[in-house]
Design a protein around this ligand. Structure first.
Ligand SMILES: Cc1cc2nc3c(=O)[nH]c(=O)nc-3n(C[C@H](O)[C@H](O)[C@H](O)COP(=O)(O)O)c2cc1C
Length: 406
């Protein structure tokens, strides 16, 4: 039986999220004080040894990322709250339930990289979250807990690609949100060409407890290669459509059946897509895989943002993948050729298959196109867009073949 464990959601529903006093009473801002008493190098080392890996999708060690920031007069801390991934609402949940844990995490990072200025890039569809965050920032300023570090909230314009860290940086700078070539990475040349750390909300929100309790405590929780917990958001044909926080060695089956309460209306399970629109589709036979980053990658899937989209036996896989292909065609920013043309072409072929007008050769052509996109696209959008096509062809090929012309 899977068990919840709350680190980032430790205060959820226990404190008033609109009250900094409540947060402080619950032990808030103590970790920041402790971090400020540490040498910067030691603080980065602590986070590195905790092996806190990014919760925004790429799974990069946060301490390691911070360690790449060169000494500079001006550096920036950027929090990615773009949360454009369909089915994902974890970052909104964290911020709505406990905004100060994010602010404290960002201020800890600011001390580590000697930054005086932070930005929170908030999804355009979350205007109420912007308001909520501004209230919390105001309280923190008035209490003086942030010291000489200040945070500004910037609102996204509703483009999925703006969650990609360099497109996000372009957007904050006031340009059209398109990804930059890497290197240089933001850690060296980010916002206005200054060293910039970009981390996800959940990554920052883990920091206060890591500093309070020490890296050994954190590193011992869940899967050793991706320790800690993960906030997951359940949606689709599952009984409980909720946000949960579980240790990273929890299996997909436990997530769906112990926390999700199983499949709605007594129907049977068909597939689950984890990590958002670009996540791989997982069949019944792989449900005992733990949700950690590496185990998911090993089965050709992703942990991504932690969205868990459950599909019952009545779902038409080819139809769902066609809709996903439409999403990517719409959201491709068009900067690079393989993504602009590839997402367009994939959508065309998927539509052809879905309408019963395709031949076996169309599947072969699409498979080849997916391989090119995975290697040649400029950013993660195009590189990951083929994921649902590739994994459904692997596990649910018969559903495609059933729709081909005789
Ligand atoms: C198309 C695309 C969309 C993304 N959207 C998000 C997002 O909404 N939130 C997020 O934290 N990371 C998102 N990412 C990942 C970011 O580029 C980056 O890896 C992340 O913010 C780094 O934070 P982390 O190391 O704490 O995970 C996206 C990446 C791509 C390619």
């Amino acid at each position: 039986m899977g068990k919840e464990m709350r680190i980032v959601l430790r205060n959820a529903d226990k404190i008033d999220p609109n009250s900094i006093d409540d947060y402080i009473k619950a032990g808030g801002y103590r970790a920041l004080e402790k971090a400020r008493g540490m040498e910067r190098k030691a603080l980065i080392e602590e986070v590195k040894k905790a092996n806190l890996r990014g919760r925004g999708g790429a799974g990069f060690n946060a301490g390691m990322k911070w360690s790449f920031v060169p000494p500079a007069e001006v550096t920036y801390v950027v929090c990615n709250l773009d949360e454009g991934e369909p089915g994902t609402y974890k970052d909104r949940t964290i911020v709505q339930k406990d905004p100060h844990t994010l602010l404290e995490g960002m201020a800890i990072c600011a001390h580590a990289i000697n930054s005086k200025k932070g930005f929170i890039y908030c999804r355009g569809e979350y205007p109420y979250v912007v308001e909520h965050l501004n209230r919390a920032i105001d309280q923190a300023r008035k209490k003086g807990v942030l010291g000489d570090f200040d945070i500004e909230v910037r609102m996204g314009g509703g483009a999925y690609v703006c969650g990609e860290e360099t497109a996000l940086i372009e957007s904050i700078e006031g340009h059209r949100g398109e990804p930059r070539f890497k290197p240089p990475f933001p850690g060296v040349a980010g916002l206005w060409n200054r060293p910039t750390v970009v981390n996800n909300v959940e990554t920052f929100a883990n920091l206060p407890e890591i500093i309070n309790r020490g890296y050994e405590w954190f590193a011992s929780i869940g899967a050793p290669s991706y320790p800690g917990t993960k906030v997951l958001t359940l949606s689709g044909d599952v009984v409980n459509r909720v946000a949960i926080e579980v240790p990273t060695n929890t299996t997909i089956r436990e997530v769906i059946y112990d926390f999700g309460g199983g499949i709605r209306d007594g129907k049977k399970f068909k597939a689950v897509q984890i990590g958002g629109t670009s996540g791989g589709f997982i069949p019944e036979s792989l449900l005992d895989t733990p949700i950690d980053f590496d185990s998911m990658r090993d089965i050709g899937a992703t942990l991504g943002t932690g969205a868990v989209f459950v599909m019952d036996e009545t779902r038409d896989i080819v139809d769902i993948v066609t809709r996903i292909a439409k999403f990517f065609e719409h959201e491709s920013c068009g900067k690079c050729n393989p993504c602009r043309e590839g997402t367009f072409r994939n959508f065309k072929i998927m539509t052809k298959i879905n309408r019963g007008m395709a031949a076996a050769q169309d599947i072969e052509n699409m498979t080849l196109l997916c391989k090119v996109m995975q290697k040649a696209c400029l950013c993660g959008l195009g590189q990951a867009a083929p994921g649902p096509i590739v994994t459904t062809l692997q596990h649910f090929r018969h559903e495609y073949e059933r729709k081909l012309l005789a």
